[in-house]
Design a protein around this ligand. Sequence first.
Ligand SMILES: [Zn+2]
Length: 501
Amino acid sequence: MKRRDLLKTAALLGSLSLAPKGLAQGAPQNAPALGRRYRNLIVFVYDGFSWEDYAIAQAYARRRLGRTLHLERLLARYPSGLINTYSLTSYVTESSAAGNAFSCGVKTVNGGLAVHADGTPLKPFFAAAKEAGKAVGLVTTTTVTHATPASFVISNKDRNAENEIAEQYLAFGAEVYLGGGDRFFNPERRPDKKDLYGAFQKAGYGVARTLEELRASNASRLLGVFSDSHVPYEVDRRFQGVKVPSLKEMVQAALPRLASYRNGFVLQVEAGRIDHANHLNDPAATLWDVLAADEALELLTAFVDQHPDTLLILVSDHATGVGALYGAGRSYLESSAGIDLLEGQKASFEHMQRVLGNNPDAAQVKEAFRAMKGVSLTDEEAQMVVEALTKKVYRPDGVRYGIQPANTMSWAMVQRNASKPDRPNIGWSSGQHTASPVIALLYGQGLRFLQLGLMDNTHIFRLMGEALGIRYQNPVMSEEEALEILKTRPVGMRHPADVWA
Ligand SMILES: [Zn+2]
């Protein structure tokens, strides 16, 4: 073994010791190097995206749209691998600890942004890139102040402190912020009545709050906030006439602005609501947000083709819910029917809840499922949904389904007849995040023969650093230290339902 490899192995074993108990001797992982530099960096995070989501979207694209996913074509030709996702103190991570691993290169506890459990701030990668003269952009379908984008630019011990994070964004001064979260910027909605829109304008930003304003803006620095909370699901934008920009349209607005900066840029794009749809166990919302991400991905790779000094890193931060298409019928011959039945699903549970309100009757529920999910509920199933919406009686029983009433709405339309499927044969493990390894993929010049293999999620930080020639080390905390701190000061996750809401 070469000396360089020995050192690499030593570093790798060091990072493995940070794994939650019982994994210290874990599987060997790769620490691949790019072997070259880039001027621009794009990190595309598919939040809560599992291989089961990939499989369903891939099959839907082939069977119903008559094409392959752009992601499928990239997987076939470019370096891809897996990342382990566990946080410092849990095999099941959430988005801020996963975001910290990417942006800070160290494991943290769940719940804080670029910060250790004792409050020690970490330097997020985009902050270092900004110091090195790079323009910075954040584009997401969640609130723009949400965990995954925020963990790349600022530190905060509470990922849910989004009012404060909006102010931290103003101080940070990225060139482009696009996403949802009006209530964190609007003086009429903020508890402290501060006018963040006005403050951003004063600081030289153009502010866009609709698709039209986004298209019309010629501001070089841009804040775009397109919804009260998260940007509505793609399935509702596409089929229910909800008027917001698509992820692709937001990326389209971000790229030329960032590309106009002389020293290059860093951009995080997040398909943030794949995670939410999976929490809700909503097959159509998941599918269409994956397809929307795929359209944005195609645009991003076209940009890389025209700007070969750009590296694109695509990662998921963890899997969520894991709605899997399962085998149905004799010799599994009925399995693919589930894909075709998804075509009749034209709205998210989120949208259906808005339409149904808090006090629907069984007939209204039946009509909503027929029109928007293509499913004929039985009287009993419709009553299950009525009770969930009106009396907060939820199904199925058990702690793993915590995102209500949506998990009950999903449960009401599960497949009942395996031999003659009239509903999608998609089964969910839970309404929560899960522990499985997830996708990592690189796209850029000079990478075709790179092997990624199985990496730790913290290695994304090292790849970004190598790409831009920005190297530093954040302080490391051990699991024992973190657990000791958490005993006396329980920071971190709230109720699972609050994690994404
Ligand atoms: Zn996440």
